[in-house]
Ligand binder design. Structure first.
Ligand code: HEC
Ligand code: HEC
Length: 271
């Protein structure tokens, strides 16, 4: 009896030892993080320095792209149908994390697009935002404006010499919740109306509209309660970010979705 216990003990010890050796030489794969040997880099990504935009025509294109991004209806009046600029949703000219930043887009596109059901180019993706989020017309793929926007996004997407990964693509994740637009109306009056107006029309040039003729149309990405909730929970109220719970964000987004907005022009369905 005693001997058996002894044997069992030594056998288990030998088994544990064998496992350690096998992991060590890599016969049994360990979870990726231990395996790579490289430390995970968490250091913050740094936006390229605007002072480093080159002189000459290439730099002029990037600078024009920034203007277009920041004041879209002013610089591209013939292609916009509302009062929104790209930077109203792609906050801080497309570099704020979890506000659908555009950093890295030139390496991600062309990519599969669910709405189109096929692989699309960055220029085609920009057209989508023009006809929906800007409630406008498709910006021609080889126009001066398109070249400038792509030049700016390309400049944002250039790899950093030190390779610090950009964290924060898209929007944050929130659980799917059941929204209460009545409760949302109260949150809107307390937390949003001061900037976006009781009537949702905003106060231009600083405060963008949330509904009505100056806003995005009913096919825009933001015209979804869950997507808007993800944007709002992380990024709004702009002066007191972080005070809304996921439920608050759903409720206020549902309230905004009870309001009228421009209709998508079905002639642009193929974009
Ligand atoms: C009303 C808000 C809004 C405005 C205005 C807007 N966008 Fe967007 N855009 C979004 C949202 C939301 C998404 C993500 C959509 C999704 O996930 O379906 C997006 C996605 C994109 C993407 C793809 C990002 C990715 O991660 O794949 C590009 C590129 C883009 N927009 C460019 C632009 C440009 C350029 C403008 C200005 C001409 C613009 N957008 C104006 C809301 C907006
Ligand atoms: C202090 C002013 C301020 C407050 C308060 C505020 N916002 Fe905003 N909001 C802005 C500004 C400015 C932008 C444009 C993006 C930026 O520069 O941050 C914006 C952008 C937005 C957008 C995307 C652009 C658009 O017009 O569709 C949405 C949606 C939004 N806010 C919703 C809300 C909601 C919901 C609340 C209340 C919970 C709120 N905001 C409170 C100032 C404010």
């Amino acid at each position: 009896m005693k001997l058996r216990i002894h044997l069992a003990f030594w056998f288990s010890l030998a088994a544990i030892y064998a496992l350690i050796v096998l992991f060590g030489v890599g016969f049994i794969p360990l979870p990726k993080l231990w395996h790579t040997g490289k430390p995970v880099v968490w250091a913050a990504w740094q936006a390229p320095d605007p002072n480093a935009i080159p002189a000459g025509p290439a730099g002029d294109g990037i600078r024009y792209g920034i203007h277009l991004f920041q004041e879209t209806p002013w610089y591209a009046p013939q292609f916009t149908g509302n009062k929104l600029s790209c930077s109203d949703c792609h906050i801080a000219n497309g570099i704020a994390p979890y506000a659908t930043p555009l950093v890295g887009m030139t390496t991600i596109y062309p990519t599969y697009n669910k709405r189109a059901g096929r692989v699309i180019s960055l220029r085609e993706r920009i057209q989508e935002c023009f006809i929906r989020s800007e409630n406008g017309r498709p910006l021609p793929k080889n126009s001066r404006e398109m070249d400038a926007l792509v030049a700016y996004i390309g400049w944002l997407s250039q790899p950093e010499p030190t390779y610090k990964p950009f964290i924060g693509r898209g929007l944050i994740d929130l659980p799917l919740l059941h929204p209460d637009p009545k409760r949302g109306a109260q949150i809107y009056a307390e937390q949003c109306a001061g900037c976006h107006g009781e009537n949702g029309a905003g106060s231009l040039p600083m405060m963008p509209p949330l509904w009505g003729p100056g806003s995005f149309n009913d096919e825009a990405g933001m015209n979804s309660i869950s997507k808007m909730a993800k944007f709002v929970q992380y990024n709004m109220p702009q002066n007191r970010r972080g005070i809304l719970s996921a439920q608050d964000a759903y409720d206020v987004s549902a309230f905004i979705h009870t309001k009228p907005r421009p209709r998508f022009n079905p002639a642009y369905k193929k974009y």
